[in-house]
Design a protein around this ligand. Structure first.
Ligand SMILES: C[S@@+](CC[C@H](N)C(=O)[O-])C[C@H]1O[C@@H](n2cnc3c(N)ncnc32)[C@H](O)[C@@H]1O
Length: 347
């Protein structure tokens, strides 16, 4: 275990997080653990994944340690990708088992689950999605927001979004209170202009980093960039919503340290621990190479009343059904896609 880098607010420690946390952190001292552990991928990847089956056992000591170091008002936010079962078009349950273990065995509460939708995800796994065409593109990660008590410190006012066009016109033209098809009575309190909208638990965030300061630093230093990074906007969302200035944020599976970089920029104290010396070497670039492409210095703008978003601020996804009417239906593969089609382009 060694300190690889530090600032006045935080430090990167190279080492196994179990040892780092035990050695460096007193009980009840952390406001937010924002992390993305190695995913339980079926195929082992270069950044230390373990098999899906043994994943929950592997994670348990980390879960206990996270509970120990968190304040009662603190939060544990885990970004985790799903996994496919080996050779089958079916999904592993490991990320749900992880959630159940953390809540039922270790005593965390599920404050809320989020889905992180990455519109830039490629249509994988190709075998099921583009060759046999029996599954759709897997484009979301699960983000479990957990807390040691049911009352973690939080405010959605920190992550407001601009009103949609239809909401803006509703606010301008007024809304007639009436019953919705669901039976809900929409009273006129919904037409009050609060300056911005409360976001849903779906985070739309394309991961398209191609020329960031981090990547340029890695290239110049002959280092391989971390293969499973999350965009800085992801930790930024939760750091803003769940912590105040001066609070303490840690990332025990820090990789390239986006969590630390954001915490530094937002004036939170922080600690990142990472077991791989190469990833630590690259992570230092986030702190020494100037602001990264990811960082959105203007983010606060949208919390000002009346801020207008441009088209480029939205990802669009068509509602299901646009191509349904009149579409020719090709027959479904009766074997569920078990036999591979002859043509590479699929059935
Ligand atoms: C999914 S990656 C995190 C990527 C990171 N969020 C980013 O954006 O760069 C998980 C990281 O956990 C690290 N890791 C695995 N086991 C660890 C342990 N016991 N202690 C510290 N780091 C560990 C891996 O080396 C890997 O870099």
């Amino acid at each position: 275990m060694k300190q690889a880098y530090h600032t006045a607010l935080g430090q990167i420690v190279e080492g196994d997080s179990l040892e780092v946390l035990a050695a460096k952190l007193k009980p009840g001292t952390v406001d937010l653990i924002m992390t993305s552990p190695p995913y339980g991928l079926v195929r082992k990847k270069e950044y230390g994944n373990v098999d899906a089956e043994s994943y929950v056992d592997w994670f348990k000591p980390f879960g206990k340690e996270f509970k120990r170091v968190l304040k009662p008002t603190g939060s544990l936010v885990i970004d985790i990708g799903g996994a496919w079962n080996r050779g089958l078009p079916t999904r592993s349950l490991y990320h749900f088992e992880l959630l159940l273990m953390l809540c039922k065995e270790i005593g965390f509460h599920l404050a809320q689950e989020f889905l992180w939708w990455n519109p830039a995800k490629l249509p994988t796994p190709a075998e099921w999605v583009t060759v046999r065409r029996v599954r759709v593109k897997d484009a979301v990660n699960f983000v479990w927001w957990l807390s040691p008590t049911p009352w973690p410190k939080a405010s959605n006012r920190r992550v407001l979004q601009p009103y949609s066009e239809s909401m803006q016109s509703l606010l301008k033209n007024g809304y007639k209170a009436k019953l919705r098809p669901s039976g809900h009575d929409i009273s006129d309190k919904f037409s009050r202009d609060n300056g911005a909208a409360i976001p849903p638990n779906l985070l739309a965030l394309a991961h398209t980093e191609s020329n960031s300061a981090y990547l340029r630093f890695c290239k110049a230093s002959g280092l391989k960039p971390h293969p499973a990074r999350f965009p800085e906007a992801l930790p930024e969302y939760f750091i803003r919503m769940l912590t105040d200035r001066g609070d303490f944020v840690i990332d025990p599976f820090a990789g390239s340290c986006p969590t630390g970089a954001v915490a530094e920029r937002l004036h939170r104290r922080w600690l990142c621990s990472e077991i791989s010396a190469d990833y630590v070497a690259g992570a230092i670039g986030r702190f020494t190479s100037g602001p990264s492409e990811d960082s959105d210095e203007d983010a606060g703008l949208f919390q000002d009343s009346g801020a207008i978003a441009s088209d480029g601020d939205y990802y669009r996804i068509p509602r299901p059904g646009i191509l349904w009417n009149g579409a020719k239906e090709s027959p479904l593969p009766a074997d569920g896609g078990k036999k591979r089609p002859k043509s590479k382009r699929g059935s």
